[in-house]
Write a protein of this length. Structure first.
Length: 204
């Protein structure tokens, strides 16, 4: 179980977010290092799935509820209560990080003609539209990192959905430090990202 000292209540996080600009100015003025540990996500190069060299895909930024649309690391205390991991944060807003790492995962597969994000001007065949449903440390029962992302493959030329699926991984947390929690989240995300890439390559 995560101790009360390791998490912040959502309301407290909101108050802290309001005060952040003032704190940032004070830090910049005195040269003190930031107090929060900052974490990134990673994806392992993967070459599974059939080649689709004639296809180009677009990865829009995932949608997410406001509790996940931030750089805070979410902890679920119960089915109706969430908190945030104290003294820890993502390097960017979570949806932007997930988008970047999904692009990287598709590029690492080396199976597509092209992968891009909105604004890059690619001639797109399909969009992989995603929604982050869960990206959290679940402390309601056995402590585990849970990542759940729904995905739709949208034919960019016809506007029709070719396929849709939900991908979920739950990874037990080994240890009690913030780094241990984030490591488990990263393992769960890597599994989900790999499954999304493989499913997409088989579907287009």
């Amino acid at each position: 179980m995560i101790g009360y000292g390791s998490v912040q209540r959502w309301s407290a996080a909101k108050k802290a977010a309001i005060a952040l600009p003032v704190v940032a100015l004070l830090i910049a003025g005195c040269g003190t290092a930031a107090k929060n540990d900052t974490f990134d996500l990673s994806v392992t190069p993967d070459g599974s799935g059939p080649a689709a060299k004639s296809k180009q895909i677009l990865i829009p930024q995932p949608t997410a509820l406001s509790a996940l649309d931030s750089n805070q690391i979410l902890v679920r205390v119960s089915s109706s209560e969430i908190q945030y991991l104290s003294k820890s944060q993502w390097g960017d807003k979570l949806p932007r990080m997930v988008q970047s790492k999904l692009v990287e995962a598709f590029e690492n597969s080396r199976k597509l003609g092209g992968v891009g994000v909105p604004g890059q001007g690619l001639a797109i065949d399909y969009q992989v539209v995603t929604d982050i449903r869960s990206f959290e440390i679940d402390n309601a029962g056995h402590t585990a990192a849970t990542v759940e992302i729904s995905a739709k493959i949208l034919n960019d030329r016809t506007g029709t959905i070719k396929a849709q699926n939900v991908f979920r991984k739950a990874v037990p947390v080994s240890g009690s430090t913030n780094s241990d929690f984030v490591k488990a989240l990263n393992v769960a995300f890597e599994g989900v990202a790999t499954d999304i890439v493989d499913w997409t390559l088989h579907s287009i």
